[in-house]
Design a protein around this ligand. Structure first.
Ligand SMILES: [Ca+2]
Ligand SMILES: [Ca+2]
Ligand SMILES: [Ca+2]
Ligand SMILES: [Zn+2]
Length: 488
């Protein structure tokens, strides 16, 4: 499903008549890219910032970014349940009450209310009965009963939000959900599955970091509605930024649904619940720590697990839906490209992030040798492209922190592209490392002086020992550019 094509016909005019509703004033101009990859999808993380601030917890969202909502508006929104623009009607299900109106700006099509009611019970069965998450807390009769409340409200571009109410202990709150009236059937289904998982987060531990709430809520969409695949719309941002850590709270959180997905495909869907349960035992925000702990309780070790995830971004066959990812994103962005030998370079990687270092043969063929120097918490491995877009691991992982000399025979002959994946596997900190590379036993069919080194779209023609610091030194700049792009 392409949300944009659905929206495009009519939401732009609406944007200009906006002004009375809560959302009208905080959206920047309509922009195809903004909605797809960098727009505000949901107000939930912003509301959480406001709620947590009452308890002295520092905001996690970037409130200075151009499409950020206004703090006061969000605070007003979070302060009370919606008051609908016309007479309030309800549709009651086994576990929930849907509040809506047919009049005024909050008016919604009754078919959509029925769709939502059906989705709510389906999602409840999936997330609570089948997957074992705890039900939302009773809300002291608000909305007419202790059943969970959904409200259809006029919203612009956002799909819905979950708002927590007065805390009942040090990390649990009852909540309610507001759904946007503009949505179609699939948007409603995906939004109910996503936002309702936030309701369960409120039950477990609303103080966990935004990245973990959003990555798992987006992951959950596909656990409930496997065939809708709305998350495909977001994943390019992850594949464009492998140098961004998995606990970054920027808009990449939706794209990084592929991270919990990597865990659940390897270890089973329960691992995500086990991490949630482990970290909900205390109000401390410890999601990343418990990701590592729980992975290890499953008998794997954390460093190779996070490296496996980064390798999977290149070797998409490891994902159940990898063919679809390839169709959506092509392939992961290269962090640097080398095609001049010998050479050497340096890189700096932050925790849980990866570099994809590409080697292309000069004319001729022979052996590629990569002397990877290693560094604190690093793991590296080497892949070759065996068919277009199809990568295979041809040299296994270094030990954590260890160095290794990788040799690839048939470079320029059997293999026209070789990629070294380097992951910083720690839970915090960063590591600077270096590596050198050369071609050995070379048979050159023509040119004797292959040259030209392309680095993240830049070129460097420095030669000899002077090529030190070439490519991945530039990565520092690349990362900054990436962040700017993320927050546009
Ligand atoms: Ca209620
Ligand atoms: Ca799917
Ligand atoms: Ca916790
Ligand atoms: Zn969310």
């Amino acid at each position: 499903m392409r949300r944009l094509s659905f929206l495009q016909g009519w939401w732009i005019p609406l944007l200009f008549v906006a002004g009375t509703a809560v959302a009208g004033s905080w959206q920047s101009g309509p922009d195809r890219d903004v909605l797809h990859t960098a727009g505000i999808r949901s107000l939930t993380p912003w509301i959480l910032d406001v709620i947590r601030a009452e308890e002295g917890i520092r905001p996690q969202m970037d409130w200075s970014r151009p499409d950020a909502p206004d703090w006061e508006e969000v605070a007003r929104l979070a302060a009370s349940r919606p008051t609908l623009s016309g007479p309030e009607l309800i549709l009651e299900t086994q576990h929930a009450v849907v509040h809506y109106t047919l009049e005024g700006e909050d008016a919604v099509a009754e078919d959509l209310v029925t769709t939502a009611a059906d989705a709510i019970e389906y999602v409840w069965t999936r997330e609570i009965t089948q997957m074992g998450y705890p039900a939302p807390l009773p809300d002291d009769g608000r909305g007419g009963s202790d059943k969970y409340d959904f409200y259809f409200t006029k919203q612009f571009m956002t799909y819905g939000y979950t708002s927590g109410e007065a805390a009942v202990d040090d990390n649990s709150r009852p909540s309610y959900i507001a759904l946007a009236t503009w949505m179609g059937v699939e948007e409603t289904q995906v939004t109910v599955s996503h936002e309702f998982f936030h309701a369960l987060h409120m039950t477990m531990d609303y103080k966990e970091p935004t990245w973990w709430l959003e990555e798992t809520a987006t992951w959950m969409e596909d656990m409930v509605y496997d065939d809708i695949n709305d998350y495909y719309n977001y994943i390019p941002q992850a594949f464009n930024n492998p140098e961004t850590p998995i606990d970054d709270n920027s808009n990449i959180v939706y794209a990084y649904a592929i991270y919990p997905r990597s865990l659940s495909e390897r270890f089973g869907v329960d691992i995500i619940r086990d991490i949630w349960f482990a970290t909900s035992a205390s109000p401390d925000p410890e999601a990343l720590f418990y990701n590592a702990q729980v992975v290890e309780s499953y008998g794997a070790d954390w460093p190779t697990t996070i490296h496996y995830f980064r390798e999977s971004m290149l070797d998409l066959d490891r994902y159940e839906e990898g063919d679809a990812y390839a169709a959506e994103v092509g392939e992961v962005d290269m962090s640097g490209t080398f095609n001049t030998y010998p050479g050497n370079a340096e890189g700096t990687l932050t925790h849980t992030a990866a570099h994809m270092v590409e080697f292309l043969p000069p004319s001729g063929y022979g052996t590629l040798q990569i002397d990877f120097g290693g560094g604190h918490d690093l793991i590296a491995s080497v892949f070759a492209e065996v068919a277009r877009g199809d990568f295979e691991e041809i040299a296994t992982d270094t030990p954590v922190g260890g160095s290794k000399v990788f040799t690839v025979d048939g470079f320029g002959d059997t293999y026209d592209r070789v990629v070294m994946v380097v992951t910083q596997t720690a839970l915090d900190g960063e590591t600077t490392y270096d590596f050198s590379f050369d071609t050995l036993d070379w048979t050159d069919g023509g040119s004797t002086d292959p040259s030209g080194c392309s680095i993240s779209g830049r070129t460097s023609s420095r030669s000899g020992a002077g090529t030190a610091l070439s490519a991945l030194f530039v990565l520092g700049i690349g990362l900054a550019a990436t962040r700017r792009r993320t927050r546009r």
